[in-house]
Write a protein that binds this ligand. Sequence first.
Ligand code: DGJ
Length: 709
Amino acid sequence: MHRLITATTEVVVDASGGAPAILHWGSPLGDIDDSTIARAVERPVARNAIDTVAPLAIVAEHGSGHLGRPGLDGHRPGGRAWSPRFATESAEADGQRLVLRTVDRVAELELLLELELSDVLTVASTLTNTGASRYLLGGLMLGLPLADQAEELLWFTGRWAGEFVVQRSPFTHGTLAVENRSGRSTQEHLPLVFAGTPGFGEWHGEVWGLHLGASANHRMVAEVLPDGRRVVQFGELLHPGEVVLEPGQTYRTPTLYATHAGDGATPASWGFHRHLRARPTHPRSPRPVLVNTWEAVYFDHDLAMLTALADRAAAIGVERYVLDDGWFGSRRDDTSGLGDWVVSPVAHPHGLGPLIDHVRALGMQFGIWVEPEMINPDSDVYRAHPEWALTTDGYEAILSRHQLVLDLANPSAYDHVRDALVDLLGGHHIDFVKWDMNRHHVQASGADGAAGTHAQTAAVHRLLDELRRRFPGVEFESCSSGGGRVDFGMLARTDRVWTSDCNDALERQSIQRGLSMLLPPELMGAHIGPRRAHTTGRTHSLDFRAVTALIGHLGIEWNLLDLSPAELDRLAAYLALHRRLRHLLHHGDAVRFDPVSNGSRPSGQANGVYAADRSEAVIVYAQLRTGDSLTPHRLRLPGLDPDATYGVTLLDPPGLGARASDRQPSWTADGIDLSGRHLAVLGLQLPALDPESAIVLHLERRTRPAPAT
Ligand code: DGJ
């Protein structure tokens, strides 16, 4: 028995013989010995069932009598070795890390399991073919058991420009399966699921969360077995024949990340956030406010306009200028040029130098967009190397956004792209790369005709790693038509994600809230878009747009040349506010609060950030639609220092719309002092707000008066 323990979580692993199984994943057990744990959780043999109770192994085994979904799916030629049964041969424990070597001598397979508990529990596995024939792998899923009381699931759907949509369903007998075959972690099927006690909320209920750090295809199965046990399994989804292990070869799963909290979904999310913040590569410098040219000029690259945009940006406090799509090859629209990573002589006749010099002279960093995994059939590289496309011979390739995937697992294609990017980054002073990926994989076969998504994804990771090694000062962003590739596999090698192509503040409120269950705010690109959102046609005030983007990694995606002087001033004020608060926003604990719904769709929502030492907080309350009652509810803020007094003020600009201030709660004018306990229990009455507007509350802990002498 092995016990991994932190302040909030304990994982008990039984590796006493057969396949390792987790006996407990939840709150710390305290003072109890191993044999008592084993006896306490020992299950009865059901009537009319198999005579032994099959363990719920981390890699579940049909061969041991588990009749749910097996973890390992594969076989040798002729169908042999299809149902292995592993025995634990060795266990190495080192602090909170455990490595278990398990072997099946009949099937001639070795399975290594690595577990580590810190801010999250990580689990990964490596399968080795120790036999003399090939082993055809269908999948290798890692399963974690959920406590009996985890009776509700929270998972995610979404779409382009509408990512991270939260779904809730009962976790009951049968299976919920989420499968993704798109070649990216996708807008539609984020590899993230939470389970919890019925009705769990942001600050109540026991909650478990699981995320697979896979950047490509994945499968999640949440299953309640006939005997009542609950399990969530996660693994890479492999197409037939995609991974074949020759003798001696290995396959490593993506890492599974798991968090647990006894007090709600917000604290459970902190496990994921803290894990990301502990990465050695986590960006430590203040997140530079950026301007991105996409929704400002699209493909209309003109040096005079681009430099004028830079002037405006610098004048209002922007710190990074990102040149988006359209600077290279024949790329005058989205039908051609992808793959030709040379500066377009039409768009930039004197190269990128004049623009970069201009931007840098204004004191801003320079960033650039690329989409290295793609080619347009109308490109020089495709004309020279049609065999580099990740397609299937004999079929007409299915295009998406006029483009094909480039087979980076092909060493020649990889070298070509790597060299082009090295020339780009080596030849220019570039601080930031927006790495885009804008289509699904369809019938994506490598040079040998076998499914190629697995090898392609490994090559993408390898390429990013190589570029980071060569250019350690450059930051990278993971973009995939917005938030289509947000996962810890990509985040191991990127510094920001482009959350969504939707800059409509109303949509963004829920998109960002969904993603905040996985990412801390500083990794989440949040831009102030144009007055009329390009993806929805909705019009919002600058206040609502700016407050909605305030907490994330702030940017502007709006043609600043269109703004009135008053709008520029107001925008500059928001940028200054963000810069003033970002030490808190990007280092504190991100918090969400349960909306009050009055039985219908909630009309408003609140989220924000508490300083780690609870000395300060910023909360945004957004009125999403007209209220479902005459006046809004009280906002309760659990989790602050109960004994401290907080001065609560409304930050300017307050966004109270046209409503007269004498009809609003008086604290909105001159603030109020309340203790952390009272903020949690009594709460604070929200003002009446117009729909699609928001306010920002600032909480500051009052210094305690010196004790009387
Ligand atoms: C999709 C991205 O999500 C956008 O932000 C933009 O970079 C376009 N691609 C450019 O083609």
